[in-house]
Design a protein around this ligand. Structure first.
Ligand code: AMP
Length: 438
């Protein structure tokens, strides 16, 4: 870790004029913390581990020094930094969306280089031919998803022999999407001597191994503890009366350990634990009527991992002194939108992606919308395979929406067929978290 330097102005960062002028135009008034801390080291050529999320300004953290370096090299050689089908700055990203977004930001930062620096994005899911054509003559900066990049290399559209800066963006997502093998194939094609910058929101073991293998005496900047972007929120629409069955199904299917289930009343805790017990799940309850010794016993068991599922009310859970959990489930929605945030904030253990699930039936539908609105979130309604919502339930949701004269949420159409087709069924609860492009 390095200590934060009190840099409050981009001009203190030794950036060149075409970049500074652009930052002024973009109204970047001062560097974000990661920019202030990391840009000097990156400009000095150091490898970097950046613990930062989207929204932290990490793109500019790697893009500005990369642009500056390429521009200065070009000026020194009075020529493009690349020749033939080579690339100088390579940025690997997990998804197509991120590839586009990063390339767009870099193009925006480079407008005052007047076309001297070529930046391209390549990703799967679209025709490879256009990308091959566009890569002719090489590119200074390439933003790529790993699978598509390997395809382009195998058809000789691009070579990595001259890469001098490599960025691994959202490394944790890249690995969790199964790109490990692709990454090691790509590494083998790059020069050993290069600058490597790795950004990740979380640092599970796989990412730590990658950093040890790839980075040389890196500067380490850890910005955040677990925050909302290490937390995946999902909402499942279920039939009234199906919540227990769906919960049991999900617990069995995903073998959750240390799952915290929220209900709204003490007697619901007991009731739900009895129903889960009938389905082979030993869940313990945690609420205000339990004596201190019993609460301590349950809490210790839950912490130690001998109790997999804990059912709690909000009030009892406030006194739960536990570290962040892998999964939090809203079996009943909390009454207040801020309680929703408190509940889900219990998930997202450091270094791991947390999961917050809400089960909603049609009676919860509007309340959940209020929770979303107040918390400025909007989640896609999903369904669990085998527990599809009956037409009648969907119809009552629609009817309620019409009665309230509110615009209908997107996934619902008016026709039966349309609704059926659009309902998203998840075979695997993680399947929709984020998808690789290739
Ligand atoms: P990123 O984390 O790189 O995805 O950036 C998040 C958003 O912050 C983007 O819209 C950037 O344009 C913007 N941004 C990045 N750095 C700054 C800055 N220093 N001042 C203002 N906005 C910034």
């Amino acid at each position: 870790m390095i200590s934060a330097k009190p840099i409050t102005n981009f001009t203190e960062l030794a950036l060149i004029e075409p970049l500074l002028a652009r930052l002024t135009e973009l109204e970047y008034l001062q560097p974000t913390p990661i920019q202030a801390q990391a840009i000097p080291s990156v400009l000095a050529g150091r490898d970097l581990i950046g613990g930062a999320n989207t929204g932290s300004g990490k793109t500019a953290t790697f893009a500005l020094p990369m642009l500056q370096d390429i521009f200065q090299q070009q000026s020194a050689k009075s020529a493009h930094s690349t020749k033939g089908n080579y690339v100088a700055g390579l940025i690997l990203v997990p998804t197509r969306e991120l590839a586009k977004q990063v390339a767009d930001s870099i193009k925006s930062y480079s407008v005052h280089f007047n076309g001297a620096i070529k930046t391209m994005a390549v990703f799967g899911g679209v025709s490879v031919n256009k990308q091959m054509l566009a890569l002719r003559g090489g590119t200074d900066i390439l933003v790529a998803t790993p699978g598509r990049l390997l395809d382009l290399i195998s058809s000789n559209a691009i070579k990595l022999d001259l890469v001098n800066t490599l960025v691994l963006d959202e490394a944790d997502r890249m690995l969790s999407l199964g790109f490990t093998e692709e990454l090691s194939q790509l590494m083998a094609l790059m020069p050993k001597k290069k600058q490597t910058l790795l950004f990740s929101a979380t640092f599970p073991e796989q990412v730590q191994t990658l950093t040890q293998e790839l980075l040389n005496n890196p500067v380490e900047i850890q910005l955040q503890s677990a925050d909302s972007s290490t937390l995946v929120q999902r909402v499942f629409t279920v039939n009234k009366g199906d919540k227990t069955a769906v919960l049991a199904h999900l617990i069995h299917q995903h073998q959750w350990r240390q799952a915290l289930v929220f209900v709204n009343a003490k007697h619901h805790c007991e009731h739900l634990s009895e129903k889960l017990a009938k389905r082979g799940i030993a869940a313990e309850v945690f609420h205000g009527d339990k004596g201190q010794s019993e609460r301590t016993r349950v809490l210790e068991g839950f912490k130690a991992g001998s109790i997999d599922v804990l059912i709690a009310t909000d009030i009892a859970a406030r006194g739960l002194d536990i570290e962040k959990l892998p999964v939090v489930i809203n079996f009943n929605l909390p009454r207040s939108p801020s309680d929703y945030m408190h509940r889900i904030g219990r998930s997202g253990r450091a270094g791991e992606v947390g999961l917050a699930i809400s089960l909603i039936d049609h009676e919860d539908y509007h309340h959940f919308k209020v929770i979303e609105k107040k918390n400025k979130i909007r989640l896609e309604r999903e369904q669990v395979a085998g527990f599809e919502v009956a037409e009648i339930a969907e119809d009552s949701i629609l009817a309620a929406e019409i009665a309230e004269n509110k615009p209908m949420a997107k996934p619902e159409g008016t026709g039966k067929k349309k609704r059926k087709k659009k309902a998203k069924i998840n075979e695997d609860i993680w399947a929709g978290y984020s998808k690789p492009e290739e």
